[in-house]
Design a binder for this molecule. Sequence first.
Ligand code: ADP
Length: 473
Amino acid sequence: MVRLRWNFARSLQARLALGYSLIIAALLVLMNTYPVLMTENLMFRSRQTALQNEAALVINTLTTAEELTPETVEQAVAGLDGLDAQRILVTDEMGLALYDTGEEKRVGQYVLAGEIVSAIQGNDAFSSFYQDGVFVSSAASPVMNRSTVVGAVFLYEENSTQGLLLRELQHNLRLISVVVCLAVLALFGVFSIGLTRRVNALLGGIRTVREGEYTHRITMAGHDELGQLADEFNQLTRRLQSTEEERRRFVSDASHELKTPLASIKLMTDSILQDENIDRDTAREFVADIGEAADRLIHISQELLALNRLDEGRQVNQEAVVMKAAVDKVLRMLSPLAEEAGVTLETKLEDGLLAACGQEDMNQILRNLMENAIKYNVPGGQVMVSVFRRGDSVCLEVSDTGVGIPEEDMPRIFERFYRVDKARSRAAGGTGLGLSIVRDTVHLHGGEISVQAREEAGVCFSVTLPAWKEGQP
Ligand code: ADP
């Protein structure tokens, strides 16, 4: 298992944690201030209405008196009951206190508090503040007589009941904030542990595969983005594994193919060198065999080079290939081989068919398919080549009455070095690379190739290539 160096400060989680913490902190600050301020405001307003109503009540009683004197005021106010205000102070129009229920008893003194001055000037005044759980409010209103200010009423109140309510609200909000913080922390912890475990599984998997362990797969529960990432990763690894296996098989097959002719060259040169009295004819025979083995090596390396060029994705040079001429040319070239094998060649070619392909590539495709059809045939057998048009494609079919291909080998015959009958292929000079070259060449030109068993005997290879369009670059 690969060890992971994990740095929280640089991790995605740290950034997420910071982001969420900021958002939650902002929400909590808002939650702890806005409702409190709103409630405070409401309470100020309720105190204002209550005190101003009480002031109106006092003023109403005072208007029954002819003149405001300490006696008349005391007489009028004494009859009032159930007022919330803890202090009632009445002054004349100059601010001289005529009546005061406060502890200081300011009767006979000028009381020029801000609210009273404002009331003497004919305005209602109110002030309130909240401190240590108590709402302290005061209100003053003018006493009018025939549109003239004749005095002022000042009320003072300390209300702790509503202060208590506000305190409780603050306390509850703080409690809720702590619970929310703890819940968010716990949730983030659980989420964070799960996320870290899954991200680590992914990172560990990637590093294991990077070190060449292509069989490693990640098991991850869930279908979220990380689950999908793990699925994609596993598919990629499967692909890497099969590519790696293919590469190893190819290297081993190629070395094996090269080893056989090299071993026979070595054996024959040793025999010539060790036998000092070797006669001329035997020596010539050995040298001829060495030449044959060298030819085989050249053939294999040519095919390997051709495959390599196709793998590298060489540039596609397309031209209008006249199919009839191309088939005829290969037919003439392979006639001696067919004659030797006792196989007859037949063609059915539509005139004027042009395929979009390279001249040399088309030659390669035809030569490989037709040579196979002769090589894997039986004496007295036949090879039929037909070319026809279907829609926008040119179709080429090479069928034979030969030994055929077993059903289970069909899907593999286009693989490199794959041969159904190794001995027969080698004896016929085959390398097992021909069909891979054909398939890659056909694909390079945007075509398709397939193979089917024929009902009677043998097989039929079908190639479709794009037809040449007039004016095509
Ligand atoms: P080879 O050089 O061995 O011919 P190919 O790649 O051309 O290699 O073909 C792969 C294998 O497919 C051959 O070894 C042979 O077993 C089989 N094969 C190809 N063409 C035919 C055919 N027309 N009839 C029967 N078997 C065939």
